[in-house]
Design a protein around this ligand. Sequence first.
Ligand code: SF4
Ligand code: MG
Length: 325
Amino acid sequence: GGIFDRLQFGKGKLLAPQKQLRAVNGVDLSIAPGEVMALVGESGCGKSTVAKTIARIYEPTAGEIRIDGEDISRMKFREMRPIRRKLQMIFQDPYASLDPRQRVRDIVMEPRRAQAGGKISRRELHDEAIALLAKVGLNAEQAGRYPHQFSGGQRQRIGIARALSVRPKIIIADEPVSALDVSIQAQILNLMMDLRDEFGLSYLFVSHDLSVVHHIADRIGVMYLGFMVETASRDQLFSQPKHPYTQVLLSAAPTIDKSLAKPKIEIVGEVPSALRLPSGCCFRTRCPMAFDRCAVDRPVLTPQPDGSAVACHLHDRNDAERKSQ
Ligand code: SF4
Ligand code: MG
């Protein structure tokens, strides 16, 4: 024993092979069993890229991705097969990934069938489909219907059931509720939390919506321009955000909880292009606290005494120690 479910990015550069260059740098995160880790940030910050790279939808060019201690970052498609079982993904628009000509019971069992090869009977597939659909709140009669006969929230339930069919350890969820009405969002989030407890799942949850993240995350990583700028527990992040960008993000968010209301912080300028990163700190062109060093040195994600980590010279512990000497 002693194998800890850990999913980790080494320091390094991850490059998505797309028309537009999308680089993610210095992302180093691990997710414990049963933990919900959320990645937040504005669109284009690289949070989806990180999620898709972990799922090996994008190819990493450097760094490592470990699951149960095994580095999957260089694995060939074939070698990935046993890993795929551990790691499943759900998307913002489940409809796009549901074959319209297939009945829901077949859609749900597709990963399971692929995994089992020929070694599973139709009867077993059928029974497992019905059981899985029940877990996500759909009944046996609905199992014979087609995707277009379901609402958006129900389709996301189908996507979740499909991910669960192979009993994954981690589900990577990229904006899974952002296309849904707010009342439906809460239902899906609550379902995801119930399933976490029942199946011992971890989630990597990508969202631009801080109220969603506040609802479900144990830990949060904040990204800006392809960099992880802060990681912290949910309570730390919402009560004492440390990175100036996190402070701006929270101050701009609609108030989740009155006691957490933040003073408005004005932010200037546009998000720079990821193709032309500022020298030094990626946030310096918009940071209200920027000082000389910020244009010269790129801050690295530095562990803080309270367990959070921040990439900002104001929180560089060596610096602080030097100053206090
Ligand atoms: Fe702002 Fe400087 Fe910290 Fe960057 S390193 S967030 S520019 S204070
Ligand atoms: Mg995205």
